[in-house]
Each structure stands twice: as structure tokens, then as C-alpha cells.
Design a binder for this molecule. Structure first.
Ligand SMILES: Cc1cc2nc3c(=O)[nH]c(=O)nc-3n(C[C@H](O)[C@H](O)[C@H](O)COP(=O)(O)O)c2cc1C
Length: 149
């Protein structure tokens, strides 16, 4: 299974998480690569069996908090995902509020089957990458089962 990790990163932490997820997937024998969601090309997208989509959280801590606007625009511009399985993640310093739900809704509107998400809060949360990957791999491989079908 080929998994493409799409990320929106401003200062680099979301990219660090994306690369750590890629490395964990490869350790499990899967084919995984990363690409910036803003510039990913249609060929790269269509070669992927499943996706992971991650963004940093933008807002004013208690108000207007959500996925970075660049990520929102990039997801809206994706071609139809044809039911493909997509796992989500976000990175933040304080609290993601409803970022993962907004990501899920945007991706579902592009035809994704969203199978779960996780928030990575600051650098120490990198220790949770392995558990996140353990949770998403079965769901990415069998999205219908993960959705209870
Ligand atoms: C302009 C700006 C707004 C932010 N707003 C929030 C916020 O509302 N809540 C929060 O928890 N973190 C907020 N953050 C922190 C980032 O989401 C966090 O540092 C993230 O990991 C950055 O990812 P990156 O290094 O990939 O850009 C904000 C950061 C910036 C630069």
C-alpha cells in the first residue's frame, strides 16, 4: 500500500511530524512519502492508495481557531478523492479546538473516507507518532471496516 502524507507547515513542526509518520510507516514495510499539500500534483495524488493530511492550527487561542487557511484552501482545491481512506492530524501549542472536525468535514466534501485523527501538541508529542501509526494503518488498509461497514 502506498501512503502519501500531505502537510501544511509554516515553521517546520508539522513537516517534522509528517516525516516521523512517514518513517514509522516505512518501518512497517509500507511505501510512504511526504508532499506539501499546496503544491502536490495530480499524478502524485492519484498514485497514492491512502492519504494522511496534517496542518498546523491557526487562530487566537480561544477564538477563530482552526486549520491554517492555506490548508483549507489546498484541501478545497484537491481533486475528488473517490472514497480513499484519509487519516488526519494537526499540530498546535495550546488547543486545537475543532480543527480535526473541520479537517474531516473538508476532506469528506472532497470524497475522502476519514478514518481518524490526532493532535500533536509541541515537540514532546512526537513520542506519540508510533501509536498514531499503529492506530491508522489498519484503518487505512480497510476503511470500510473502520467505518463500521
Ligand atoms: C499565527 C499563528 C497562530 C497560531 N494560533 C494558534 C492557536 O490559536 N492555538 C494553538 O494551539 N496554537 C496556535 N499556533 C501554534 C501553531 O499551531 C503550532 O506552533 C504549530 O505546531 C506550528 O506548526 P508549524 O511549525 O508546522 O508551522 C499559532 C501559530 C501561529 C504562527
Amino acid at each position: 500500500m502506498r501512503i502519501l502524507i500531505l502537510y501544511e507547515s509554516r515553521r517546520g513542526f508539522t513537516l517534522t511530524v509528517a516525516r516521523a509518520i512517514r518513517d514509522e510507516l516505512r518501518r512497517r514495510g509500507l511505501t510512504a512519502s511526504t508532499a506539501a499539500i499546496r503544491t502536490v500534483d495530480v499524478g502524485t495524488l492519484s498514485a497514492a492508495d491512502a492519504l494522511v493530511v496534517g496542518t498546523w492550527v491557526s487562530g487566537k487561542i480561544v477564538a477563530g481557531v482552526g486549520p491554517a487557511k492555506e490548508a483549507v484552501a489546498a484541501i478545497r482545491a484537491l481533486p475528488d478523492l473517490g472514497g480513499r481512506a484519509v487519516a488526519t492530524f494537526c499540530t498546535c501549542d495550546v488547543a486545537p479546538r475543532n480543527t480535526l472536525q473541520v479537517l474531516e468535514d473538508l476532506l469528506a466534501a472532497r470524497g475522502a473516507t476519514v478514518v481518524g485523527g490526532f493532535t500533536f501538541k509541541r515537540r514532546r508529542s512526537l513520542q506519540h507518532v508510533a501509536a498514531y501509526v499503529d492506530a491508522i494503518v489498519p484503518a487505512l488498509e480497510r476503511p470500510a471496516a473502520a467505518a463500521g461497514a
